[in-house]
Design a protein. Structure first.
Ligand SMILES: [Zn+2]
Length: 436
């Protein structure tokens, strides 16, 4: 089986890299992955998968941090212009840019979920020397959108695995469900797919990321992830404007309320049970030198080592925001624009992956303690699996990366695409055919 998989991957190596480069060139950030989703749908349909698109797999109310209607419309038109597949594009209109694709072998066996995220970052790709995408002509043509985390590779790896599994379907059992998730950046998309029931029928779930501290090709890691639970808020303070010279007593100062909130937020007493973070990343306030500021807008995020520690920080933060608003007698609003719980790979599934990886000729080393740290909204899916007592695992496929994730000169070794497609395909065969 291993050699059959390797041959199919080898035959498709160039087209997978070409797909990655095409997606990279047409990078699309959270909720506007219109072109990306339509192209993936076309490929998966051609491979004989059963598709569920857009609203069928993305719950409208559970979407977080959605762009404005105006942005959604503009980006939809842009995607159309940039060669989105016309048959599938309409399913994703309005920011429903997720899809699932299921391969039913017709034979009894487990339902295995494979999750790949597909969105880009809100960055503009650099035009300078020494950046391979620019040098080789596949740098993003979309201003303010760049794949700087490798989700373009994830999408290509997903199509690679889909190509292998559909070719070798006769030798496979059960069902394989590919989940292509929008809006991972800002941890905004997974929740809506869980709410739409995407994970309800899965017996096990596997997710993937390239790089992230595993900087060597052929090295894979799973287990002991340090996913931080997180919550993101947009906060608005609304006061009353007044002339700062003649009638300052008539004003209600939104800027001052925000400033009090900032110092309060950073001063939250930390929980004894583990680490936490808080950041006020954006604060914009006021309109003119001689006007009592009537509006202040903040973007904040909170993280915790566990969901409980994150929740503790959230409760403290919300009471500080309320208190700061009261001190200046202004109104305030909070909008939750992103969030994810903490989670960890199931030990038994991580151990099974370790064995599979160590038997694979392309794997040089397997790390049982993943160096991943940060937040990842796949934890919503992992938590949903956990609630049903079903295992899930987060696999990191190593690659050298130039600069770090989310940086403008981020790049990686494209050989991770065929290699990860090969290893994941092998893993699916082992997991499906040995399922008890
Ligand atoms: Zn990422």
């Amino acid at each position: 089986m291993q050699s059959k998989i390797a041959k199919i991957v080898k035959d498709n190596r160039e087209s997978l890299i070409a797909l990655r480069r095409d997606l990279h060139r047409h990078a699309e950030p959270a909720w506007v992955e219109f072109r990306t989703a339509s192209i993936l749908a076309r490929k998966l349909d051609d491979l004989g998968f059963e598709l569920k698109l857009g609203r069928e797999v993305v719950n409208e109310e559970a979407r977080m941090g959605l762009p404005s209607t105006e942005t959604l419309e503009k980006e939809y038109a842009r995607a159309k212009e940039q060669g989105a597949d016309p048959e599938y594009l309409p399913y994703f209109e309005g920011g429903f840019t997720g899809l699932t694709a299921t391969l039913d072998t017709g034979k009894p066996g487990p339902v295995i979920g494979l999750r790949f995220d597909i969105d880009s970052n809100d960055l503009t790709e650099p035009a300078g020397e020494g950046h391979i995408p620019t040098q080789q002509g596949f740098a993003s043509i979309n201003e303010g959108a760049m794949h700087a985390c490798g989700h373009d590779a994830h999408a290509a790896i997903g199509i690679g695995v889909a190509t292998v599994l559909s070719s070798l379907k006769e030798q496979l059992t059960g069902k394989i469900k590919f989940i292509f998730q929008p809006a991972e950046e800002g941890v905004r998309g997974a929740k809506s797919m869980v709410a739409a029931g995407v994970t309800d029928d899965l017996d096990l779930l596997l997710a993937l990321h390239i790089g992230f501290g595993v900087n060597e090709l052929g090295v894979f890691a799973c287990g002991g992830e340090q996913f931080l639970a997180t919550t993101k808020y947009d906060v608005t303070f609304k006061g009353v404007p007044a002339h700062a010279g003649s009638t300052p007593d008539e004003g209600k100062n939104a800027l001052l309320a925000a400033a009090l909130a900032v110092t309060g937020l950073y001063g939250i007493a930390r929980h004894k049970d583990g680490s936490s973070r808080i950041n006020v990343g954006v604060l914009k306030a006021g309109s003119g030198r001689n006007i009592i500021p009537d509006l202040a807008e903040m973007k904040i995020e909170i993280r915790g080592e566990t969901t409980e520690i994150n929740d503790y920080m959230v409760q403290k933060a919300l009471s500080i925001l309320e208190g700061a608003a009261r001190m200046q007698e202004v109104e305030y609003e909070t909008e939750e624009v992103g969030g994810a719980p903490a989670a960890v790979s199931s030990p038994d599934l991580a151990a099974a992956l370790e064995k599979i990886a160590n038997d694979h000729p392309g794997v040089r080393r397997f790390m049982t303690a993943s160096p991943f740290s940060g937040s990842e909204d796949v934890t919503y899916m992992m938590q949903a699996m956990d609630k049903r007592s079903k295992p899930s695992a987060y696999l990191v496929a190593g690659t050298p990366v130039k600069s770090g994730h989310h940086k403008r000169d981020f790049d990686f070794d494209e050989e991770v695409i065929p290699l990860a497609a090969d290893v994941i395909s092998a893993a699916v065969f082992q997991l499906a055919n040995n399922y008890k």
